[in-house]
Design a protein around this ligand. Structure first.
Ligand code: C2E
Ligand code: CA
Ligand code: CA
Length: 483
């Protein structure tokens, strides 16, 4: 009797477990097939069907191409217009892809904002298909009645040239990433160089994640000089990565990678913390100059960044107006609500705001007026030509006039020659920065520069250190500062 009961209980338990398991896995199994939102095949299922399709194709010795399609700046669209709108955009994109591909095409949603389209078109028609996708999807959704232009990055791999199904997917994706790397909104056919570049990029991203912990990051500081007196008024912190085998890696190389692979928040926080601590130390030494940091568009879109900056300013008891945040003109002019909000918050925080690389974007007087900025930095490309090109002179003159109207200070960056300096001073630039005066240098070198110049100027010293040279003495001798 007890034995029978035990067996029954056991059977019931096993059945129950089996049913529960089946229910769960059954659901997962189904969920894996098709995307609920767009109805497209999800990655796993797409891969399976694609493998079968290619098998058939190869038997027939047919040809075709796989397009790997990424929406540019989808996160921005989501932040700006809300998740619902983002979903709407994805649904419209899926519909268009189905239409363009026709009945025989295979279409999948392989990741959040990434799609794949396989089409059995002859090689000669691949270009036309790509064009159709780029044009047909460029404005895939409406905000009210206005179409929203979304950029697309399309990577193309061909069969049979580019291998088996999984390889073809990876290679089309690699080609798409190379389009993104160059700024997006375009297409590229796969080639082996991209694969190598991607491998390097993934390695750098992985190493970059470890760089803070491994103490491989450093800040160097480049002075900004008063154009009339050549006194140092500020220093700009520039990031350096001392890579164990590659040596110094330029921020122009690794900042975009940090942004693409989600490492920028950690790095940006490290930069702000380090620069704030350094500013506090300099203030204690009596050096009265602003300290500037560079902030990328990604950081401006992260709520956390400004909160942490505010905390840092408080922790180091620094006056916000003595701390500069440099933001490029293109980010300032994004007209995105998120970026606009970040500007307002930075303005409310009271930090000094500088618009970097000015002249390369499309600012208008009206849009600039709305920003809580105090400084414009004329892009080095105009400075490079200012002594020789009438056009560059006209641009610099226009920027200076615009700044006057808005009561903004004008800084010229990348000043390398006395001729450029003279021209800029004559035009009325307020501050100058560039190799002619000083290259970016370590914090210690800044202090040595301060104390040496102080001695050279013959002024008082405080404990072997003359605190006031950066605001009170005359020029840092140019021939000394040049190296
Ligand atoms: P940027 O903010 O426009 O910085 C100016 C760049 O020009 C710096 O390059 C600087 O070393 C260089 N430079 C200064 N004077 C001269 C000159 O007279 N001639 C020439 N040819 N170059 C000069 P760097 O340090 O390689 O930085 C490149 C860019 O990387 C920066 O451009 C900035 O956009 C970004 N960056 C640097 N540090 C950071 C950081 O901490 N955070 C973020 N988000 N971006 C950073
Ligand atoms: Ca800058
Ligand atoms: Ca700049």
């Amino acid at each position: 009797m007890w034995v029978l009961l035990g067996v029954l209980l056991g059977v019931a338990l096993t059945l129950g477990l089996l049913m529960a398991a089946q229910g769960r896995f059954g659901r997962v199994g189904r969920r894996r097939q098709r995307d609920r939102l767009t109805g497209l095949l999800l990655a796993r299922r797409f891969e399976d069907e694609f493998a079968a399709t290619l098998d058939g194709l190869q038997r027939r010795e047919g040809k075709g191409c796989l397009l790997y399609i990424g929406l540019d700046g989808f996160r921005l669209v989501n932040d700006e217009h809300g998740k619902e709108f983002g979903d709407h955009l994805l649904v419209r994109t899926a519909e268009r892809l189905r239409q363009i591909g026709g009945k025989k095409a295979l279409v999948g949603r392989l990741a959040g904002d990434e799609f794949a389209l396989w089409s059995e078109v002859p090689p000669a028609q691949t270009d036309a298909l790509v064009r159709q996708v780029l044009e047909g999807l460029g404005a895939a959704a409406l905000i009210g009645t206005t179409p929203l232009r979304v950029g697309l990055s399309v990577g193309v791999a061909m069969s049979p040239e580019h291998g088996s199904s999984i390889r073809l997917i990876r290679r089309a994706q690699t080609a798409m990433r190379s389009v993104k790397r160059l700024g997006g909104n375009g297409h590229a056919f796969f080639d082996a160089v991209q694969e190598e570049e991607l491998r390097e990029e993934l390695t750098l991203a992985r190493e970059l994640r470890e760089s803070i912990k491994n103490k491989e990051l450093e800040l160097v500081y480049q002075p900004k000089m008063n154009a009339q007196t050549l006194q140092v008024t500020a220093v700009e912190a520039l990031l350096r990565w001392r890579h164990p085998t590659l040596g110094m890696v330029s921020p122009s190389r690794f900042i975009p990678i940090a942004e693409r692979y989600g490492v920028i928040d950690a790095i940006g926080d490290w930069v702000a913390d380090t620069a704030l601590a350094q500013a506090a130390r300099w203030r204690e030494m009596g050096l009265r100059m602003r300290v500037a940091i560079n902030v990328s568009g990604y950081q401006m879109r992260s709520d956390d960044f400004i909160v942490r900056l505010e905390k840092g300013l408080k922790k180091h008891r620094l006056r916000p107006e003595r701390f500069t945040v440099e933001i490029t003109e293109s980010v300032a002019m994004e007209h995105a609500t998120v970026t606009g909000r970040a500007f307002k918050r930075l303005g409310a925080l009271g930090v000094h705001i500088s618009i970097d690389d000015f002249g390369t974007g499309y600012s208008s007087l009206a849009s600039l007026r709305q920003l809580p900025a105090q400084e414009l930095k004329i892009d080095s490309s105009f400075v490079a030509d200012v002594a020789t090109s009438v056009e560059a002179q006209a641009i610099v003159r226009a920027v200076i006039e615009m700044a006057r109207v808005l009561q903004l200070k004008v800084v010229a960056e990348g000043v390398e020659t006395p001729a450029q300096r003279d021209q800029l001073v004559a035009m009325g630039c307020d501050e100058l920065q560039g190799y002619l005066f000083a290259k970016p240098m370590s914090a210690l070198a800044i202090e040595i520069l301060a104390s040496d110049s102080g001695k050279a100027a013959g002024g008082q010293t405080t404990e072997g250190f003359r605190p006031s040279i950066f605001v009170e003495t005359a020029a840092v001798p140019l021939d000394v500062a040049r190296h």
